[in-house]
Design a protein around this ligand. Structure first.
Ligand code: TLP
Length: 342
């Protein structure tokens, strides 16, 4: 049996999702006529407390549309230095929106208004003016860390005072909600647009969403079509997305407990360094340099023993828990790691 902890994107659809997909009522979504897509978009808007939502194939497309909606060519997007939008989206903010990133390195990946305020640039003779502030919640590459509600409120208040919009990459926003004991509606109350993924922690096979105003989503539909995301009878995908949206969130606490459990087990292995108390959600990033192995060698050694985890740089490895790896499999993975580094 393979224990796949490379990402929470690797989950297989549940039997209930497969059934809903085969029975989905569909139409041509480019004409706005797919009833299942329309239902998913209405439910997402309702759950997030915003006017409208748009179903898109990927998180990358949702963020690309988010950046495009709020910016003009030649502007800067303020984001955290390890953010997905900067590091893992093939420079889409430059390619599609003509913007450059203004990265800030923040403790635990969590930006504050003070840090953002200091790098905002007005129109001037030399620099690209700030067009947008982007925050990632949870912050993936800092180990699934969560924005406190008051930090988001401070960023949004400051940005709005300066006439700037805030886009949240909430790929794993439901994990943030579980950690905070808050609703996603509370988390995004002040942000202008939010992107979230149905295909990550929530378990749908495909799909992400962007949520905002009616006007933004009308424009977003056009960008989605330009990007090749007009998906026609997409109701077969939206049907699984609806189940992910309604039933996925209540499974996440178990993933968080398994991530903490794995971190505690890893912390006891000589040569591995991780602070279990810092694990907030379903992502654990740990340092393997004390084992004498490069992160890529560590990951190759585990792969030979059917445990999959990705190196994120020369010294760090990431594991992500999800519903296809239960506590027993997590314990087995921890045992295999302990053997592998001996
Ligand atoms: N993240 C993937 C990889 O691309 C790194 C993963 O395995 O974690 N925002 C955030 C915060 C993400 O973590 C991801 C995917 C995306 C956006 C993009 O989503 P997709 O893969 O659907 O384009």
């Amino acid at each position: 049996m393979i224990i796949d902890l490379r990402s929470d994107t690797v989950t297989k659809p549940t039997p209930e999702m497969r059934r809903a997909m085969s029975e989905a009522d569909v139409g041509d979504d480019v004409y706005g006529e797919d009833p299942t897509v329309n239902l998913l978009e209405r439910r997402a808007a309702e759950i997030f407390g915003k006017e409208a939502a748009l179903f898109v194939p990927t998180g990358t497309m949702a963020n690309t549309i988010g950046v495009k909606l709020h910016t003009a060519h030649g502007q800067e997007v303020i984001c955290e230095s390890r953010s997905h939008v900067l590091n893992y989206e093939l420079a889409m903010m430059a390619w599609f929106s003509g913007c450059v990133a203004r990265p800030i390195c923040a403790d635990g990946g969590i930006l504050s208004w003070r840090q953002i305020r200091d790098v905002i640039r007005p129109l001037g003779p030399h620099w690209a003016p700030t067009g947008l502030i982007e925050i990632e919640n949870t912050s993936n590459m800092t180990g699934g860390t969560v924005y406190p509600l008051e930090t988001i409120a401070g960023i949004c208040a400051g940005a709005h005072d300066c006439g700037l919009k805030v886009h949240m990459d909430g790929a794993r926003i439901f994990n943030a909600a579980v950690y905070l004991g808050a609703s996603v509606r509370e988390i995004v109350a002040d942000v202008d647009t939010v992107a979230f993924c149905l295909s990550k922690a929530l378990g749908a096979p495909v799909g992400s969403m962007i949520v905002g105003t009616d006007e933004q989503m009308r424009r977003g539909r056009l960008y989605r079509k330009r990007l090749g995301g007009g998906m026609r009878q997409a109701g077969v995908l939206a049907a699984a997305g609806l189940i992910a949206l309604e039933e996925g969130p209540c499974k996440l606490a178990a993933d968080h407990a398994n991530a903490r459990f794995m971190a505690e087990a890893l912390a006891k292995i000589p040569g591995i360094s991780v602070d279990p108390a810092k694990v907030q959600t379903n992502i654990v990033i740990f340092n393997v340099s004390g084992t004498g192995l490069a992160a890529s060698e560590f990951s190759a050694r585990l792969k030979a023993k059917n445990v999959l985890m990705n190196a994120v740089n020369a010294t760090q490895v990431r594991l992500v828990t999800h519903y296809d790896v239960d506590r027993q499999a997590s314990a087995q993975a921890a045992r295999i790691i302990a053997e592998a580094v001996q």
